[in-house]
Design a binder for this molecule. Structure first.
Ligand code: SF4
Length: 206
């Protein structure tokens, strides 16, 4: 079972395959040849315990990586409590030598967990990379199929806006594939309105 894995000198962490979305482009579907996400090993036969995840970290030279990224083959914030516990454990051991910590997320943590988690990220998470994916709720829902329906789009935007009070780097991301220049500009405008960055990334990326 692959819990932590290296990619471009960062340490990626795979805690869950659960997700509340079913994005049309999702790399979990193995459509992107050559992507790290198509490796069968990233499908977990079961979710690792937080202790197993910590043991996986500690089997490595954690401080040599440029970044720690909670990502994986699903939405990591289904296990946010365990992520925060792990970060606390690692900070206790490595202090300021610990590389910056990022979560790649769909921005639905508050919906998934039923509480406002943003304050809990303070001092633990350095970067939130949040998938914006679309310029409006209807097209977002058609693309990502969140089980919460169209409300998930606004929830994601609210999460991005609120979390910037607690997390130093909040970035909205879009995939360039199938986006017009006008749509990309609209996404830039949305990010600017929320006071966060926009990152336009290629289809196969980290
Ligand atoms: S939110 Fe992420 S993990 Fe979930 S379906 Fe979409 S791309 Fe896949």
């Amino acid at each position: 079972m692959t819990i932590t894995y290296e990619y471009q000198n960062a340490l990626y962490v795979n805690l869950t395959n659960r997700c509340n979305c079913a994005c049309a482009f999702c790399l979990r579907q193995g459509k992107a040849e050559g992507s790290i996400y198509t490796q069968d090993s990233l499908w977990l036969e079961r979710e690792p315990s937080r202790q197993e995840a910590l043991d996986s970290f500690l089997s490595r030279d954690v401080c040599r990586y440029r970044e720690i990224v909670f990502c994986g083959y699903g939405e990591p914030t289904f296990r946010l409590d365990d992520i925060l516990w792990l970060v606390d454990q690692l900070k206790e051991r490595f202090g300021t030598d610990l590389p910056p910590v990022r979560i790649n997320t769909n921005g639905h943590a508050n919906l998934i967990l039923g509480r406002d988690v943003c304050p809990e990220l303070a001092g633990r998470i350095d970067t939130l990379s949040i998938s914006l994916n679309a310029t409006d709720a209807a097209s977002y829902t058609a693309l990502c199929h969140p089980i919460q329906g169209e409300a998930a789009y606004q929830a994601m935007l609210d999460f991005a806006q609120e979390s910037k009070a607690y997390v130093p780097h909040v970035v909205l991301t879009i995939v360039d594939k199938d986006k017009t220049p006008e749509e990309i500009q609209t996404c830039r405008d949305i990010a600017a309105r929320l006071g966060v960055q926009l990152r336009v990334r290629s289809f196969i990326d980290s």
